[in-house]
Write a protein that binds this ligand. Structure first.
Ligand code: G3P
Ligand code: MG
Length: 285
C-alpha cells in the first residue's frame, strides 16, 4: 500500500508554535494537518513554498545527516529487514518513510507498532537487537554524492553551515569517524539527544535549535535553507518556517515531493545560485 504524506506520521507527537507563522501543528497516524488558531490548513498554506524572490534571501544553511550527507539510511533498512524476516514479514518503503529522520526510540515505536510485532518485541528491545549490527555498519559510512563538494564550497564561500541530525551522540561518533574533515567545517552540530530537542522531526525543535546557535543576530527562519532526505525532516523544516531542498530517494513515493520547496535527485544537482548563494566555480564533484 502506498501512503500519502497526510497518512504517514505517528500518533500526536507534538504541538508547538513557530516564531514566524504562529502555526500550531498536529501529527497523527492517519492524518497530518496544520492548524492556525481558528482553522485547519494544509501544510502548504501554513508555510507555503517559497517564491523566486524569497529564495534569494538565504543566508544560512542547515544539513540533515543520515541519507543526506552520509549514506547511512541503507544500514537502518538492512537491519530492519533482517529483524522483520524473523517474524516472516517484509520491510517496505511506506514503513521506511515513517521511520526516516526520527529519533531512535520514536522510529522504533513506529516499527514495532506498524508491523504488528509489538507483543513479541518492544521498541526498547528492538533497539538493543539492532545495536551491534548497526555499530559495525556505521564504521563503514560513506559520504553521499556531492556532499563533500557542497559543504566545502559553502564553507569556503563564508556561508554559515551546520548539521541537525536525529541521530544521537554515540552513533554520530561512529558514523562520522572517517569524515572528520567535512564535519569540522560545520559551525555546530545539533543531535537528537540534545536537551533542546524535545521532540524529533517533524517537530521543528531541532531546526530552531540549530538556527539559534549560529553566531551574531538571531537568524530569521526565512533566511535558512535546510537540506533533507526524510519526509518527516522536510515537514520539520517547514514547521520551523524555513525553506527546504529534498534529496529524494526514488524508492519513496513521489507524493512526498509536495511539501519541499525544491526536489533534487542528488546534491550534485543543487544549484546554489538559485538560492542567492555563491555559485559553484568549479566542475568537480
Ligand atoms: O536523518 P537524520 O540525520 O536526522 O537521522 C535520523 C536517524 O538517525 C536515521 O533515520
Ligand atoms: Mg536524513
Amino acid at each position: 500500500m502506498i501512503l500519502k504524506p497526510n497518512q504517514i506520521f505517528g500518533l500526536i507527537i507534538c504541538a508547538t508554535q513557530t516564531p514566524t507563522s504562529r502555526v500550531r501543528f498536529l501529527s497523527t497516524t492517519t492524518n497530518l494537518r496544520f492548524q492556525s488558531r481558528s482553522a485547519s490548513v494544509s501544510a502548504k498554506m501554513a508555510n507555503p513554498a517559497v517564491g523566486d524572490l524569497e529564495k534569494k534571501l538565504i543566508t544560512h544553511v542547515i544539513f540533515d545527516m543520515d541519507g543526506l550527507l552520509l549514506d547511512t539510511e541503507k544500514f537502518y533498512t538492512e537491519v530492519q529487514e533482517i529483524i522483520l524476516s524473523r517474524f516472516n514479514k517484509t520491510f517496505d518503503w511506506s514503513l521506511k518513510a515513517k521511520m526516516m529522520g526520527k529519533k531512535a526510540i520514536e522510529a522504533a515505536r513506529v516499527f514495532v507498532e506498524e508491523t504488528g510485532i509489538s507483543d513479541s518485541l518492544t521498541a526498547e528491545d528492538f533497539l538493543v537487537e539492532r545495536e551491534s549490527m548497526l555499530q559495525e555498519m556505521f564504521l563503514t559510512s560513506e559520504l553521499m554524492p556531492g556532499a563533500s563538494r557542497l559543504v566545502k564550497h559553502l564553507h569556503a564561500s563564508g556561508v554559515p553551515i551546520c548539521v541537525a541530525t536525529g541521530t544521537h551522540k554515540r552513533h554520530f561518533a561512529l558514523k562520522t569517524q572517517r569524515h572528520g574533515e567535512i564535519f569540522s567545517l560545520m559551525h555546530h552540530i545539533v543531535m537528537g539527544d540534545d536537551p533542546e530537542v524535545k521532540q524529533g522531526k517533524p517537530s521543528p525543535d531541532i531546526f530552531l535549535a540549530a538556527a539559534r546557535r549560529f553566531e551574531g543576530e538571531p537568524v530569521h527562519p526565512s533566511k535558512v535553507l535546510v537540506f533533507e532526505d526524510a519526509p518527516s525532516g522536510v515537514l520539520a523544516a517547514k514547521n520551523a518556517g524555513m525553506s527546504v531542498v529534498m534529496v529524494l530517494d526514488p524508492r519513496l513515493d513521489s507524493s512526498f515531493h509536495e511539501t519541499a520547496d525544491k526536489v533534487v535527485s542528488s546534491l550534485l544537482d543543487f544549484d546554489p545560485a538559485e538560492w542567492g548563494l555563491p555559485p559553484f566555480t568549479d566542475t568537480t564533484t
